[in-house]
Design a protein around this ligand. Structure first.
Ligand SMILES: C[S@@+](CC[C@H](N)C(=O)[O-])C[C@H]1O[C@@H](n2cnc3c(N)ncnc32)[C@H](O)[C@@H]1O
Length: 283
């Protein structure tokens, strides 16, 4: 081995010579680490002891799949809000198909102006939406306002990871809709410290923080639930750039590329999902 500054490196011979140690290393890598699945979020909710009198807000509900899962997991009343009409329509269809109309109310509303009274909600489910085109601090303050003292908020968000280089960050967040003049702000907004400061400033107590990193993606791949096609799409997009841009325009192209890079970037530590359980302490 030679010393190359920050870390030691293998010599040419060592790189190409298999040793008992290198074989053991390969075997260990093959075994995996028993990663947790995305279902761990629902397990966290089950532990909160929410009852039939409790109210849950699913903020940025998307297609409504999580609101339906929450209704299966808890006996509580659920309000699902989002801003995109087509997603709200899909949510309503999902609620109807599951026969959950008595348990789930669907409304068009923003996280920045939630149409419920202060101190009236027991639990907020905020998955994969915090900072999606809006500033985080006022959104967190609004969530704090509507929670009852003692209430909790679960936040799952994918942050910029340790290995995300500045040019990659620019390309990724541009592709996901950040205006050029807001790019630096968008990158800063996607650091965990920014969200954590917003939680604390709003008055929340961070009860739990769990850096998921690539764990769920490992689970998906190990259980065959996510074929690594996004890497394949990224390759096709890179090789077929001119043709895709000519046919679909650069905005759609850049979004498709950002989407295709999302899972590989998570696996590579360039994006780092994390989950927080926040508590509004009783006065
Ligand atoms: C990536 S999707 C996640 C959807 C869902 N929570 C999930 O986990 O599948 C982000 C969602 O946040 C919604 N959203 C974005 N800005 C919002 C806002 N200001 N208020 C409410 N929802 C918003 C989007 O319309 C979209 O449905």
């Amino acid at each position: 081995m030679t010393n190359a500054g920050e870390f030691t490196t293998l010599t040419l011979e060592e790189r190409y010579t298999s040793t008992p140690e290198s074989k053991q290393f390969e075997q260990e890598l093959e075994q995996g680490f028993h990663p947790r699945s995305p279902d761990m979020l629902f397990e966290m909710v089950s532990e909160l002891g929410l009852g039939p009198e409790s109210t849950i807000l699913d903020v940025g509900c998307g297609t409504g799949w999580a609101a339906c899962r929450l209704a299966e997991r808890t006996p509580s009343q659920i309000l699902a809000i989002d801003l995109v009409p087509s997603l709200l329509a899909t949510t309503m269809e999902a609620v109807k198909a599951a026969g959950l109309e008595q348990r789930i109310t669907v409304r068009k509303a923003s996280i920045l102006d939630i149409p419920v009274e202060s101190g009236s909600v027991d639990f907020i489910w905020c998955r994969d939406m915090l900072g999606d085109g809006f500033p985080i601090p006022p959104a967190v303050r609004e969530c704090y306002r509507i929670l009852r003292p003692g209430g909790r908020m679960l936040v799952y968000k994918t942050f910029a990871g340790e290995f995300l280089e500045p040019r990659e960050a620019e390309r990724l967040y541009r592709g996901l809709g950040a205006a050029p003049e807001e790019l630096a702000l968008e990158i800063a907004r996607n650091r965990p410290e920014h969200a954590e400061q917003a939680f604390l400033d709003a008055g929340f107590h961070i009860e739990q923080k769990d850096v998921i990193g690539g764990e769920w993606r490992e689970y998906d791949i190990e259980h065959g639930e996510h074929s690594p096609r996004s890497g394949l799409y990224a390759s096709r997009l890179l090789r077929g750039r001119d043709s895709f841009v000519r046919k679909y325009g650069d905005a759609l192209y850049e979004q498709a590329l950002a989407d295709a890079l999302w899972f590989p970037f998570i696996l590579l530590g360039k994006l780092a999902p994390a989950v927080y359980l926040l508590k509004k302490d009783a006065a």
